[in-house]
Ligand binder design. Structure first.
Ligand code: HEM
Length: 285
């Protein structure tokens, strides 16, 4: 299969890498920042490390696929000559990804939950050091904005797992998790949206190309999916969290619905950004 015919495969691989990297990062943040109670933190950190290992394998496969695209086809994925070029472009994000994985295992093995913060920072750096912001004539703060954007997106993306109303989780513990999560989300979500909107304007090259280009429209569709998820978050904060105390059974049923819808919207957002950064691109880059 020739290089560009590999693009759909690259999209599938990037989607899996997004999901693994953001989930590992989000679980690490929920464990290290205390969204989940003390007795659950070791399990969250362990799960984050196992998912980080998946992200590392997916990262290595992405490197090979990039090399295959450069060398002209899948049979040449291990082509050493073109790999020196591939590595020159991908060394920094790959090393950031490996550092994130290392931090995840160190947090688990040495039971030092604060080390998990470096898992999240490592994954965010791996996104900041690649992608369209690196191709801007004067990147400035744009790579940092991607890193911050992805860090907060991971905190949000892990919420359906950390807040899922398992039978084994008592109503009080569930209520505390919801309160702790939304205490962080209230400050973090505006930053995620502002960084995303600024990046969209910056990378697309202005409001007109954002509104008129295929790339721009994919980002606006992503904004719509994220805005729906934000609406569900507000519903959880204003209505469902209260219901968990007043009528736990009904509250739990509502929470399952909103979190399942959230997970679908997050997958949609990842599919749209994967499409925007793999099968299309900004008009002028
Ligand atoms: C559920 C919420 C969101 C999630 C999970 C999410 C996830 C991501 C991820 C993983 C990336 C890195 C993509 C890569 O480098 O390959 C990214 C980049 C980006 N996101 Fe978001 N995001 C969310 C919300 C938003 C919102 C609301 C906007 C506003 C329009 C936005 C705009 C962007 C832009 C412009 C980039 C850079 C794309 C590029 O490099 O071409 N995101 N996002």
């Amino acid at each position: 299969m020739a290089g560009d015919a590999l693009a759909p495969l690259m999209l599938a691989l990037k989607l899996a890498l997004y999901a693994a990297a953001l989930l590992s990062s989000g679980l690490a943040l929920h464990g290290a920042l205390g969204v989940v109670e003390r007795s659950a933190r070791a399990a969250w950190i362990r799960f984050s490390a196992l998912v980080a290992a998946c992200a590392l394998v997916l990262g290595a496969l992405k490197l090979l696929l990039l090399n295959a695209q450069l060398a002209g086809g899948l049979p040449r994925a291990f082509d050493a000559e073109s790999f020196s070029w591939t590595w020159a472009m991908q060394a920094e994000p790959s090393l950031a990804l490996a550092t994130a994985c290392l931090a995840a295992f160190a947090a688990w093995i040495f039971q030092r939950h604060w080390l998990a913060l470096f898992t999240a920072l490592g994954f965010s750096a791996s996104f900041a050091l690649t992608g369209h912001t690196q191709a801007l004539a004067a990147p400035g703060l744009a790579p940092l904005a991607v890193g911050l954007h992805v860090l907060i997106a991971s905190f949000w993306l892990a919420a359906p797992l950390s807040l899922w109303p398992r039978t084994a989780l008592a109503d009080e513990a569930l209520h505390r998790r919801l309160e702790r999560f939304s205490a962080g989300a209230v400050f973090a979500m505006p930053v995620l949206f502002l960084a995303g909107l600024w990046l969209a304007w910056r990378i697309a090259g202005g409001w007109t190309p954002l509104l008129e280009s295929g790339y721009g429209r994919l980002l606006l569709a992503k904004l719509a999916a994220a805005s729906l998820a934000l609406g569900l978050g507000a519903l959880n904060k204003q209505f469902v969290t209260v219901l968990i105390v007043k009528a736990p059974e009904r509250g739990r049923a509502w929470l399952k619905r909103t979190l399942a819808a959230d997970a679908l919207l997050f997958l949609t957002a990842l599919l749209l950004i994967g499409w925007a950064t793999t099968l299309t691109g900004p008009p002028d880059l």
